[in-house]
Design a protein. Structure first.
Length: 116
């Protein structure tokens, strides 16, 4: 069974940085290489939204609100996905989830709180 575990969330002041990690298990490296991974977030009272995605090829997409501030990456050997977040704003507050798109697997989420 494929599982994802996020880590790296926390409380940070506006302008600060955080790095989220998402470790996959129950999936072999070859398959992981070809799966599109993504980070979503859900702010209080709002719907979950796509923040960034990365294909197995390394091609990336970003929500307009995070372009230039967030960077998604992946390590195939470690079967881990990352989200580097800089210049954080209060609007970035929420629970961040990673997902493997083709399997529909979600992580449990990690809280990011940005204080202004």
């Amino acid at each position: 069974q494929v599982q994802l575990v996020e880590s790296g969330g926390g409380l940070v002041q506006a302008g600060g940085s955080l790095r989220l990690s998402c470790a996959a298990s129950g999936i072999n490296t070859l398959l992981f290489r070809h799966i599109t991974g993504a980070w979503y977030r859900q702010a209080p009272g709002k719907q979950r939204e796509l923040v960034a995605s990365i294909m197995g090829s390394g091609s990336t997409t970003y929500a307009d609100s995070v372009k230039g501030r967030f960077t998604i990456s992946r390590d195939h050997a470690e079967k881990t996905m990352y989200l580097e977040m800089v210049s954080l704003q209060a609007e970035d507050t929420g629970v961040y989830y990673c997902k493997l798109e083709q399997t529909g697997t979600w992580g449990q989420g990690t809280q990011v709180t940005v204080t202004s």
